[in-house]
Design a protein around this ligand. Structure first.
Ligand code: NAG
Ligand code: NAG
Ligand code: NAG
Ligand code: NAG
Ligand code: NAG
Length: 283
């Protein structure tokens, strides 16, 4: 009786994992997990992926040379180092069956270079929780002027962590009074060239800003088709207040497929999308 019950529980768990794999939009995100208080809260929550920013700086109240810390520019101090962030997540995952993943958003190539030895232990095959290495590595819409993170260095160092997902995107300039724009064929082509020239051979995801991506369906479909052998996906993100054509975004997501789309947007936008539910008839 107990054995049967256990079997049923295991079956249910396996099924829900399989469903998540087919519907990546179900995965939930916490943002800017850049301090101890919020890390504790995020680990205690149901959220499955923790997104956090890395810059070079110092721990509050400490001097010394800059180290990788969890902070968003322009901040250069934090109460949480990258080393402690990663070891805390690892400890959580060691004792919890439902693992939480991390998306490390590197704000400069210097921060990324100085983080290499800290990331390496978690990129080994023994570690199992999702590890994403993210940066804006190419200039993007609308004529963004933010300096991208060095693309070649970023992917070459990323190749040393083959278990990690490379999350590589474009700088953006959108929101406020900029309410229209798209990823151009040139911008998408530059990414594709980089993938090919650098012979990227690990899982990739392309973070794209919802309001811009919704106007870029043909070029994004090309990008995902050309990188299909890397199990590529797109990660749709949006800032609070961005202008987004909801119907067009929904069309993009359904065309790319729920099994290839991570969705990391504010709740109100996610709700407006009204993605179709799973077809339960087959069960
Ligand atoms: C910690 O991080 C969260 C999320 O980024 C933020 O809302 C909060 O203000 C931060 N707390 C401190 C003390 O910095
Ligand atoms: C857009 O807003 C910025 C500052 O928020 C302002 O400097 C700029 O002139 C505005 N541009 C237009 C076209 O309204
Ligand atoms: C890609 O990586 C896999 C292992 O992760 C390896 O078996 C394969 O040979 C690599 N392919 C190329 C073209 O380097
Ligand atoms: C893509 O997924 C397949 C099946 O899971 C795996 O064998 C292969 O190594 C993956 N390739 C990359 C580049 O992630
Ligand atoms: C996929 O997940 C989203 C978000 O939880 C949900 O709204 C949608 O109904 C799901 N669709 C399928 C086909 O599983």
């Amino acid at each position: 009786m107990l054995a049967l019950l256990l079997l049923a529980v295991v079956a249910a768990l396996v099924q829900s994992d399989e469903e998540t794999m087919k519907n990546l939009t179900k995965i939930t995100w916490a943002h800017a997990v850049n301090n101890k208080t919020y890390l504790t809260a995020a680990l205690a929550s149901e959220t499955s992926m923790l997104e956090a920013d890395i810059v070079l700086g110092t721990l509050v109240g400490q001097d010394g040379p800059p180290i990788p810390i969890m902070a968003h520019p322009p901040a250069t101090t934090s109460d949480l180092s990258l080393a402690e962030f990663l070891s805390t997540v690892k400890q959580y995952n060691n004792v919890n069956s439902k693992q939480k993943g991390v998306k490390l958003d590197f704000k400069s190539i210097e921060a990324y270079e100085k983080s290499q030895d800290l990331i390496a232990p978690y990129a080994k095959p023994e570690a199992t929780f999702p590890l994403w290495l993210n940066a804006d590595i190419l200039p993007g819409p609308v004529e963004a002027t933010t300096k991208p993170v060095d693309p070649i260095k970023f992917v070459q160092l990323g190749a040393k962590h083959p278990r990690a997902v490379l999350s590589i995107g474009w700088t953006t300039n959108y929101g406020g009074n900029i309410t229209e724009g798209e990823y151009s064929r040139d911008q998408i082509g530059a990414m594709l060239r980089l993938v090919n020239e650098q012979k990227i051979n690990q899982t990739v995801t392309f973070p794209v800003r919802a309001g811009l991506a919704s106007n870029s369906q043909p070029v994004l479909l090309d990008l995902l088709r050309e990188t299909a052998s890397l199990n590529s996906s797109m990660t749709v993100w949006s800032s609070e207040g961005d202008n987004v054509e909801v119907d067009r975004l929904k069309a993009l997501i359904l065309t790319v497929g729920l099994e290839r789309t991570y969705l990391d947007v504010p709740h109100d936008l996610a709700a407006k999308l009204q993605l179709p539910p799973a077809d339960n008839v087959k069960n």
